[in-house]
Design a protein around this ligand. Structure first.
Ligand SMILES: Nc1ncnc2c1ncn2[C@@H]1O[C@H](COP(=O)(O)OP(=O)(O)OP(=O)(O)O)[C@@H](O)[C@H]1O
Length: 460
C-alpha cells in the first residue's frame, strides 16, 4: 500500500493536477491544504506519510514557516516551487527538505522524487535505530565492499555510504558538494559502479579543464565542418556515456550558455551536437562542485533552475578537518597500500605523528593526506613513521578577531601558497615544472582554485 500524501498548495489547478498524478500512481491523498492553518489542521487530524509543500501559500505564513512543524513530527517533505529568489531558496534549504520540485512539474519527476524521499526517510529512520551498522575501518583494507572503498569511521562518512547506496538504486541526478580533495569523484564512481548502469561507461568531464569555447562540442559533439577547425565529426561525452553515467566535475565552472543546454538534457533527455540534429540520450547525470552554488546563483553565474534540477539528490562531503575520525583510518589504509607497493614493512605511525595528523587542518583534504603518506612511506627507514613534513601553519592566538591578530584564513594561505609557487615557476601552470606539478595536484584543480581565489597574473 502506497503512502498518504498531503499537498499544501494555494493554486487550485496545480494542486488538482498533482492530486491526479498521485492518485493515478496509487498514492492516497489527504484533502488539499491551501494555507498554513489548513495544513496544520490536517497534520493534527490525518497524519500524512509525506508532504508536498508549496513555499508561498494563501495568507501570511509560508511553507518555510510550516516546515519545522512538519519536521518535528518526523514527516518528510518536498518543496514545490516556482523559480524563487536566492534568499527564499536559502531559507527553504535550511529547513532540510527531502528535495525540491520546480514548477511546472513533469509526472515522472514528481514520482521519482517521491520514491527518493520515501527511501531516504526509511534510511534515516533505520539509521536512527541501528547504532552500529557499519564495518570497522580495518575491514576496509582491500576495500570496495560495504564502504565503497572509502576508509573512515566518522558518522558523516556513514551517512555518505548510505546516500551512495540509495543514489545507486535511483536514476535521478545527483549533486555532490565538497571542497577539493574530499572524495567527490570517488563518490560519483561508487554510485555508478553500484547502479544498474554499471556495465555501461562512466564518462568524466572536468568542466574547469575544458575551454569555454570548446565545452559545447566536448559535451554534445559536432558535425564535420560545423565551425572552423571542425575537420571531423566528433561524438560528444553525452553520447559516449549512452546508457551509462556522465560525471560533470566542477559544474560551477560551466558557462551559462552551456548550463541552459544542460538543463534541456535534464528535462528532455536530448542533446543537439553543434551543427547537427537533436537526438535522444539515456544518460544519468552526476555533477560535482567545490563552489558555493548559492553564491554563484546570487552572482548570476549559475542558473537557479539548473540548480533545482540537480539538487534532487545532494550529497555533501565535509572537509577532512571536520571529520577527524576519518584521518587515522585513511592514513592507515594508505600506509598499507604504499608500504606494500614499495615493499616496505611499515606498520604504523608514532604517537607524536598521529597527534600532528589529527591536529592539522588539511586544506587539501584527503588528497593532501594521501600525498603526505606516500611521501612519508618513501622517506621512512624503519617500521614506524615517526616524522611527517607538513607545511607549517601559524598557531592561532586565543583572543581577538582573526584579522586583528593578523591570522590568515585558509583561503588567504592557499592563495599565498599558490602565488608563491606560480612565481617560482614563472607562472607556468601546466606540464613539467609547472605549478600544478610542484603542488602535486591536477592542473584543472589548480586552475579552478586560481579562479576561485581570484588569482590572475596581475597579482604576480
Ligand atoms: N574515504 C576515503 N577513503 C580512502 N580514500 C579516499 C576517501 N575519500 C577520498 N579518497 C581518495 O582521495 C583522493 C581525492 O578524492 P577525489 O578525487 O574523489 O576528490 P574530489 O573531491 O573529486 O577532488 P577535486 O575536487 O579536486 O576533483 C582520491 O585518491 C580518492 O580515491
Amino acid at each position: 500500500m502506497k503512502s498518504k500524501i498531503l499537498i499544501v498548495e494555494d493554486q487550485f489547478i496545480e494542486a488538482n493536477n498533482l492530486r491526479k498524478v498521485l492518485e493515478g500512481a496509487g498514492y492516497a491523498v489527504c484533502p488539499v491544504a491551501r494555507s498554513f492553518d489548513e495544513a496544520l489542521n490536517t497534520l493534527n487530524s490525518d497524519l500524512p506519510d509525506l508532504v508536498l509543500l508549496d513555499i508561498f501559500l494563501k495568507g501570511e505564513k509560508t511553507g518555510i514557516d510550516l516546515a519545522p512543524i512538519i519536521k518535528e513530527r518526523n514527516i518528510p517533505f518536498i518543496y514545490l516551487s516556482a523559480n524563487s529568489d536566492e534568499r527564499t531558496f536559502r531559507l527553504a534549504k535550511q529547513t532540510s527538505p527531502y528535495g525540491f520540485l520546480v514548477k511546472p512539474f513533469r509526472e515522472k519527476d514528481v514520482l521519482a522524487m517521491l520514491d527518493i524521499a520515501t527511501n531516504l526517510h526509511a534510511e534515516h529512520l533505520s539509521l536512527a535505530k541501528v547504532s552500529k551498522v557499519y564495518k570497522s575501518p580495518t575491514d576496509l583494507k582491500g576495500a570496495g565492499t560495504g564502504n565503497f572503498g572509502m576508509a573512515g569511521k566518522s558518522s558523516g562518512l556513514k551517512d555518505i555510504t548510505r546516500l551512495i547506496q540509495i543514489a545507486a538504486t535511483a536514476e535521478s541526478p545527483v549533486l555532490i558538494l565538497g571542497e577539493s580533495g574530499t572524495g567527490k569523484e570517488l563518490v560519483a564512481r561508487a554510485i555508478h559502479n553500484h547502479s544498474a548502469r554499471s556495465k555501461k561507461p562512466v564518462i568524466i568531464v572536468d568542466c574547469a579543464a575544458v575551454s569555454p569555447t570548446l565545452i559545447e562540442s566536448e559535451l554534445f559533439g559536432h558535425e564535420r565542418g560545423s565551425f572552423t577547425g571542425a575537420v571531423d565529426k566528433r561524438i560528444g561525452k553525452f553520447e559516449q556515456a549512452e546508457n551509462g553515467t556522465i560525471f560533470l566535475d566542477e559544474i560551477g565552472e560551466m558557462p551559462l550558455e552551456i548550463q541552459s543546454k544542460l538543463l534541456r538534457v535534464l528535462q528532455e533527455k536530448e542533446i543537439c551536437p553543434v551543427g547537427g540534429k537533436r537526438k535522444n540520450v539515456n544518460v544519468r547525470i552526476i555533477a560535482a562542485t567545490n563552489r558555493n552554488l548559492e553564491e554563484e546563483i546570487a552572482a548570476g553565474r549559475f542558473r537557479l533552475d539548473l540548480y533545482y534540477r540537480l539538487y534532487v539528490f545532494p550529497i555533501e562531503l565535509s572537509p577532512l578537518r571536520e571529520r577527524k575520525a576519518d584521518i587515522m583510518p585513511i592514513a592507515e589504509h594508505y600506509l598499507s597500500v604504499f608500504a606494500a607497493a614499495n615493499k616496505k614493512n611499515i606498520t604504523g605511525f608514532s604517537d607524536p605523528v598521529k597527534k600532528v595528523l589529527l591536529g592539522y587542518p588539511w586544506p587539501g583534504n584527503i588528497r593532501q593526506l594521501i600525498n603526505l603518506i606516500e611521501r612519508s612511506v618513501l622517506l621512512c627507514d624503519g617500521h614506524i613513521i615517526n616524522q611527517v613534513n607538513l607545511p607549517v601553519l601559524k598557531p592561532s592566538p586565543v583572543a581577538g578577531n582573526a584579522k586583528e591578530r593578523g591570522i590568515k584564513t585558509f583561503a588567504d594561505n592557499e592563495r599565498d601558497h599558490i602565488l608563491d609557487t606560480l612565481a617560482r615557476c614563472n607562472w607556468k601552470v601546466y606540464g613539467t615544472g609547472g605549478a600544478a606539478e610542484l603542488l602535486n595536484i591536477n592542473s584543472s584543480t589548480l586552475k579552478s582554485r586560481m579562479i576561485k581565489l581570484g588569482i590572475s597574473k596581475q597579482f604576480g
